[in-house]
Design a protein. Structure first.
Length: 369
């Protein structure tokens, strides 16, 4: 871990030949700034917004879990514990940057511009959940592990060829870093110096497979070396560190230097998904409690309270506002028309075959009875 005595320079890490993979940290578990030289240039208002975003995300997680158990939401991958990694990175990019999320990255997608109601529809498997606003620079969440890395490389190359001063940003987990698509994506982007940011949200577990079984590599960030691109490891429970590293990495990429691989050391407090995973079967309670002490909300709360920028009253206001937003979004999602088999067939085939046409007619007749 980086300390005051071990000075670290983010700009120096943004070098394809970098072999310094010490974890970048600004805010420790007690909310103390341990590397003031790395502190990003942000206002008090921005700091408050950072905390607001994380509290909002935690409430979204809690309500999504409840809605799933009530049968009112479909697929859901818990996000509690990863707020700093997710929100710290998305806060550092621009609206014209292109986001290619994985299935756990819905909070970033919403903060990037997706209406919450549509996020709920996506979870339910509703086609309208993929009808994005024209000005939203993003793709729907990728379910195939690691596939978004290849897509991210392609989108980034497209941005470069169009002369855009923007980046393509994507995420996977520690398990995703073992996929072939992972290396293909970073290698292609590196070869063509495409402006891409690749995140590995290392939460320690690929469903039930622990990180130490994934690879013999000391860090996942060092996998960047094989692709000839910079790799940086950052404390993924530290919003400020994630924000600072992402900001610098984005500047590096849009300057024409190529992609950056960022490993965030984080943890998911809950199960892999709510589709049957039981983490108590493969994780012990001592491990969970150890990581809960590193909760990104706790350390940021301590930091802001110390600066006189945050109070219990303020947090309660944010919580109530988040609950109301979610309540209204669910109401909006519930208004979406029920999906029909005939609609599925029409959506799947631009030019249906004769057999499909006959099936559409059969199902439409049944649906209209």
């Amino acid at each position: 871990m980086v300390t005051k005595k071990e000075k670290i320079d983010i700009d120096a890490l943004l070098n394809p030949s970098n072999t310094d993979f010490r974890m970048v940290q600004i805010l420790d578990e007690e909310g103390n700034i341990v590397n003031p030289d790395l502190m990003p240039d942000v206002s008090d208002e921005e700091l408050v917004q950072f905390m607001t975003d994380m509290v909002w995300s935690r409430i979204l997680h809690e309500r999504s879990t409840a809605l799933n158990r009530q049968g009112r939401l479909g697929f859901y991958a818990p996000t509690a514990g990863q707020e700093a990694s997710q929100l710290g990175s998305i806060a550092a990019i621009e609206k014209e940057d292109v986001l290619l999320p994985g299935y756990r990255d819905v909070p970033q997608l919403i903060k990037h511009g997706l209406p919450l109601a549509q996020a709920f529809l996506w979870s339910r498997g509703h086609a309208d959940g993929n009808l994005y606003p024209e000005d939203l620079k993003a793709l729907p969440p990728q379910i195939i592990i690691g596939a978004q890395y290849i897509q991210n490389a392609g989108v980034a190359l497209g941005l470069k060829k169009r002369g855009k001063k923007n980046v393509a940003i994507t995420y996977t987990g520690d398990g995703g870093s073992s996929q072939g698509d992972f290396y293909e994506g970073i290698n292609f982007a590196g070869a063509y110096k495409a402006p891409a940011l690749f995140f590995i949200q290392n939460n320690g577990w690929a469903i039930s497979t622990p990180r130490h079984v994934q690879t013999a590599a000391v860090t996942l960030a060092q996998k960047a070396v094989a692709a000839g691109i910079p790799g940086i490891q950052v404390d993924g429970m530290d919003f400020l560190a994630v924000y600072a590293v992402t900001k610098k990495a984005r500047e590096y990429a849009v300057a024409g230097n190529g992609p950056v691989l960022i490993e965030t050391i984080t943890y998911r407090f809950g199960p892999h998904t709510l589709s049957g995973d039981d983490p108590t079967r493969y994780r012990d309670n001592d491990e969970l409690e150890g990581w809960q002490a590193k909760d990104p909300l706790i350390r940021m709360r301590k930091f802001l309270v110390g600066k006189g920028l945050w109070t219990e009253e303020k947090e309660n206001e944010v919580i109530e506002a988040a609950k109301e937003e979610i309540k209204e979004a669910i109401k909006e999602a519930d208004k979406a028309p029920k999906q029909k088999v005939s609609s599925f067939l029409k959506n799947m085939f631009e030019e249906p075959t004769q057999g499909i046409k006959e099936q559409i007619e059969i199902f439409e007749a049944k649906e209209n009875e």
